[in-house]
Design a protein around this ligand. Structure first.
Ligand SMILES: C[S@@+](CC[C@H](N)C(=O)[O-])C[C@H]1O[C@@H](n2cnc3c(N)ncnc32)[C@H](O)[C@@H]1O
Length: 169
């Protein structure tokens, strides 16, 4: 394999491993849970939907298509970011994609924030969410709840489906 290809491959793998270490490895939200989540959390056209650690942006894209929200997907891993970019082009959606550490993104404009991150990352995000989110903003956390925070609503786990927690600031 030419050295340049090997180098590119190494960078992609390293970038993915680094992102995994900074928040969560890439595991997408299950396809059928996307519909469940969007049925459960109704949004208004024009609301700002931030997906922190967006992977291939499937949820942001689905949210834009379903509700006409202005979705912003933040992703640190290069392969996932590229996948999100391609998906966004193919679906002709207008998700704003940001290649950045989610801890460095300003959330003051967000109306809804979506997280599918490791439990320790979810906890680590608390002070930032409290400081930056406006009153009334909603946080959706897939699978992992915030310790000590009371959700406004919960979509319970079933035999086949995973749980979804919704919080309001
Ligand atoms: C569990 S996956 C969820 C992906 C997507 N939100 C979904 O539900 O399908 C977590 C994603 O967050 C990204 N990630 C982890 N830590 C991050 C960080 N500090 N900043 C930005 N992205 C991060 C990972 O690369 C991965 O794509």
């Amino acid at each position: 394999m030419p050295i340049i290809l090997l180098l590119i491959l190494l960078i992609l793998v390293a970038s993915s491993a680094y992102a995994a270490n900074q928040g969560a490895p890439w595991v997408p939200t299950k396809k059928k849970d996307i519909g469940r989540i969007l049925d459960f959390v109704v949004m208004r056209p024009g609301e700002r939907f931030f997906e922190l650690g967006c992977g291939d942006a499937r949820l942001s894209i689905a949210a834009e298509k379903r509700y006409g929200v202005k979705a912003i997907g933040v992703e640190l891993s290069i392969p996932q970011f590229v996948a999100a970019w391609i998906r966004n082009r193919l679906t002709k959606t207008h998700v704003g994609l940001v290649w950045k550490n989610l801890f460095k993104v300003n959330l003051s404009e967000a109306d809804v924030v979506y997280l599918f991150l490791m439990p320790e990352t979810v906890e680590k995000l608390k002070p930032k969410l409290l400081k930056e989110l406006k009153p009334g903003a909603r946080i959706i956390s897939y699978v992992f709840p915030f310790k000590d925070w009371k959700p406004e609503s919960v979509l319970e786990k079933t035999e086949k489906d995973l749980e979804v927690y919704v919080y309001r600031v």
